[in-house]
Design a protein around this ligand. Structure first.
Ligand SMILES: Nc1ncnc2c1ncn2[C@@H]1O[C@H](COP(=O)(O)OP(=O)(O)OP(=O)(O)O)[C@@H](O)[C@H]1O
Ligand SMILES: [Mg+2]
Length: 203
């Protein structure tokens, strides 16, 4: 399965979720994490890491990734693609290369309105390839119902919202700073990311 983390809005958690989802999947399968963002967050993350990992991470900031994805991903059971915010051509290539699009969105009205651009691009691509897309609520404030409210508003876009919400937790930046995943620490975030991966696999 090839998953692309996509959103035109910056800082919504594409790289955070891409690295954690890829890391989680790599515990049971051969996984390739492809960083198509020239900013290279996923590459920085793996390069900071000192511990061994089974996860393979490469940089591939090419807009024609969909033409090469079969060759690149042949040896892997799962591929996770991290994408940039500001290059529609790179994002388009990543969507065309994927089997599923995962759209992280923060539960605030501004973020929900801003996601329209991403949904429009996905719908435009459906003329060429009908790639299913889902929203993932990320950075929900613990013990608030804003995630539920956000899910209801997001429903108007006509794409499903995953039941698992990822909360705002300091362990995400903390673990990333040493190239690790929240899954390597005992934390609420670990439980949420485990649930998220199970839900994504069951789609
Ligand atoms: N659930 C979370 N809890 C706490 N911090 C988070 C969470 N998700 C993301 N962050 C933090 O938010 C910031 C932006 O996240 P990230 O870099 O993953 O977003 P992005 O969508 O990849 O951004 P860009 O568009 O610049 O590539 C980072 O500092 C990250 O550590
Ligand atoms: Mg990023």
């Amino acid at each position: 399965m090839i998953y692309a983390l996509v959103s035109h809005k910056g800082g919504v958690g594409k790289s955070t979720l891409a690295t954690n989802i890829a890391f989680g999947l790599s515990k049971e399968s051969d996984v390739l994490l492809i960083d198509t963002d020239e900013q290279g967050s996923s590459l920085d993350w793996i390069n900071t890491r000192e511990e061994e990992t089974d996860l393979t991470v490469i940089g591939f900031p090419k807009k024609k990734i969909h033409k090469e994805i079969e060759k690149i991903s042949r040896a892997y059971e799962h591929v996770v693609i991290d994408t940039p915010s500001h290059s529609s051509s790179l994002v388009r290539g990543a969507i065309l290369a994927s089997d599923r699009v995962l759209i992280p969105v923060q539960p605030s009205p501004y973020d929900i309105w801003a996601v329209a651009e991403t949904v429009n691009l996905i719908e435009e691509i459906w003329d060429l390839k009908e790639v299913p897309a889902v929203f993932i609520i990320n950075r929900k404030i613990v013990n608030t119902v804003i995630g539920k409210d956000a899910s209801q508003i997001l429903n108007d876009y006509g794409l499903p919202v995953l039941n698992t919400h990822i909360c705002q937790r300091v362990i995400f930046p903390e673990s990333a700073s040493s190239g690790r995943s929240v899954l390597e620490f005992s934390s609420e975030a670990r439980l949420e990311v485990d649930d998220l991966i199970e839900e994504i696999k069951s789609l």
